[in-house]
Design a protein around this ligand. Sequence first.
Ligand code: DGY
Length: 437
Amino acid sequence: MYNDLIQKAKTVLDTNFQPGGFTIPSKGLYPFQWKWDAGFIAIGFAHYDVVKAKKEIETLLNAQWKNGFIPHIVFHTESDTYFPGPDFHQSHLSKESNPDYPSTGMVQPPVLGFVLEHMLNVVEDKKAMLQFISTQIDKVFWNHEYFYKERDVTNEGLVYIYHNWESGTDNSPIWDDIWATMNPPQYTFKRKDTSHVDASQRPSNREYDHYLYLIDIAKKYNYKDAKIAEHSPFLVLDPLFNAMLIKSNESLINLYKKLGGHADKIKQLETWQKQSVASFNSKLFNEELGAFVHYDLKADQQIPFVCSSSFAALYAPIVDADRAEILVNTLQHKFGDESLYLCASFDPSSERYDPKRYWRGPVWINMNWILYLGLKRAGKTALAARIKADTLTLLERYGFYEYFDARKKVPDDAFGGYGGDNFSWSAALFLDFVNEK
Ligand code: DGY
C-alpha cells in the first residue's frame, strides 16, 4: 500500500535537499532553510536516509547565535525568489548574531527536542543516532535556556513571540485584533510569494505591511529582546509555541537520561517544566471555550478564539485526564463535522474562517501530525485514527501540497491542495505516518 506515494515523497525530499546540506520547504516559494520545517523534514529523512536527516539538523544548529537563539530562516544561499530576504532582515544588527550565517532575527516553534527523540525512535541503529544526538543536544538545551532567560518577561515559565512569523501560523485570524491596534506605514515592496501561488491563498498586502513593520521595530533596537518586549505592539503567549517547548523539554530530559550524566541539565529542565506546565494550565485555558487560547501580553488578556494550536497541548505533558477530555470534546464538536477533513487550522464556525487562505482555515500536515500523536497520548484512539486517515486521504487526493481545503466537497472553482507544491514537510510526515510501527 502507498508504494507509489512513498516513492514520490522521497523524490520530493531528495529534490528539495540542497548541496549546502539543508532542505528547502518548496522550490521558488521558500528557497532557504526554515527552522521548524527542518525539524519535520529530518523526521522524514530518518526513515530512509539517516545521513541527510543528521545533516539537516547539523546545518541548522551551525547557524545558532551566540546567545543560543536559533533563527526562523537561515539564508544559506542567495535567491531572488523570496521577499523579505537577508537585506531586509539584517540579522547583523544584533551583536549576538552568527556572522557566518545571514538569517532572520526571529524564531520559530521549538521543535528540535522532540524531533531528536522521534528520530531516535524511528531509526534502526539507535547507538549511532544517540552518538549523533550527544553532539547536538546541548545546542538545543542552550536554545531553551535562551527562551527562558530572554523571552519569559513575566517570569512564569511561558515564553512570548513578538512576530506572527514566530508562531509558525503566520496569518492566523488570531492576530487580527492586534493588527487593529497598529497603523503601520504602507510599504513599497514587491511581493514574491504571489508570483508562485495564487494571491487568494496568501496573506494580503496590508497584512504584509504589519509583518514588515514589526521587523523594523525589532531592527530599530538591534534585535535586543528586552527592548522588543518593551516596544513591540505584538507580544503574545502562543499555546502551540509553548506546548512545543514543553514537549521538547520532556524529550531533552528523556534523551539526557539515555545518554547518562547531565544531572544539572536534567534538574534545570525539570524546574522549567514544572513552572511552564502550571502556568500553561492557569493562564492559557479558556473555560468557556473549553480550549487553550493565545494570550496578548500587551492588552493583558486572552485572545478568545479556538484554532488547531489550541489542542497542541495534548502532545505534551500538560493536561490531566479531565482536561484532555474537555479538549477532545471541543475538537470534535468544533472541527469534527463529517463534511470536513480534520483538522481545519481555524474554527470553521467563525466568520474569520477562510478555507483557502494559508493559516486562516486550511488543514496542515504538521498540525495533523502533532494532533494525531497528542490524541494517541490521551488514549483517544478512534479520533486519532480518523485524523491519520484524513491526512492520508488528503495527500492521496491532492499530492504533497503545503495546505489543504478542509471541505470534503470543494467548490468547482477550487482545487483543494493549496500553497507550495512538492512541499517538504507534507512529504516527510507522510513517510512518518505510513511507516508507523
Ligand atoms: C512566509 O514567507 O510566508 C514564511 O512562511 C514566513 O515564515
